[in-house]
Design a protein around this ligand. Sequence first.
Ligand code: NAP
Length: 250
Amino acid sequence: MAEDKAIVLITGANGGIGFALAALLMADPHKHVLVGSRSAEKGQRALADLQQQGLPGSVELVVLDVASDESILAAAKQVEAGHGRLDALVNNAAIGSPEGSRAEGMARCFQTNATGPYLMVEAFAPLLKKSTRTPRIINVTSGAGSVARRMDPNGPSYNLGMWGIQYGASKAAMNLITAYQAVVYGEQGIKVFAFSPGFVASNLGAHNTVENGAQETSVGAAPMVGIIDGERDAELPRNGFLRASGQSPW
Ligand SMILES: NC(=O)c1ccc[n+]([C@@H]2O[C@H](COP(=O)([O-])OP(=O)(O)OC[C@H]3O[C@@H](n4cnc5c(N)ncnc54)[C@H](OP(=O)(O)O)[C@@H]3O)[C@@H](O)[C@H]2O)c1
């Protein structure tokens, strides 16, 4: 079924930007999208929704909780058994504002947003190395994780105090993990990117609404299609992460 297609795994693709990216990729008959979802039920609904859209690409569900090492390893086994390789991995799953104490919130953000993408790449690198194309990884980051932005007295993040600090710190940690992956896996032929979709309406936080000026999910997701298709290979990150156009400093 998927032998001649590029196989793309998106974590957290049952909703938000990940779901929009799955639909955009399925507009291409040469793509097979693995929809990652930590909930089997939500994943089945997303799968049915995508299949009903009559898109030419194909799709499959992978139940995958990036906060669980066991779940990540089981997902890698499923993809290996089904396809024997992976062509692109999009580490999209994240949480915004977890409940609980400060310590719990910080730990949960780091587990999902930083440790998750780290463990995902360690588990899926052997399959990416078996890609029949140029394999690519996209770590979905955020301006909230930019140290340069946080320290810019003229920017919007300078006076935020503790607001968003758990999420932002975890994305900054993911940026460093991206740097590690870009060097180590870059030498092994895998192109590694960090990309920020900008302010998008989603379930990430209560303020992520169109009324607050957020863009549609498909607008935030669209540039990742070009990254997966190799259109931005000349922009591999050195001093920052990719945006819809250009880069922002780490
Ligand atoms: N929206 C923005 O303005 C914005 C800006 C910059 C960066 N981003 C980044 O864009 C990415 C997508 O966010 P979004 O805006 O689409 O948010 P969203 O609507 O909340 O979607 C997040 C997705 O991640 C999943 N997820 C959460 N924890 C998970 C886990 N442990 N394992 C697997 N999946 C998990 C969620 O699943 P459930 O449905 O089960 O919760 C959901 O499918 C994130 O990396 C986010 O940081 C977003």
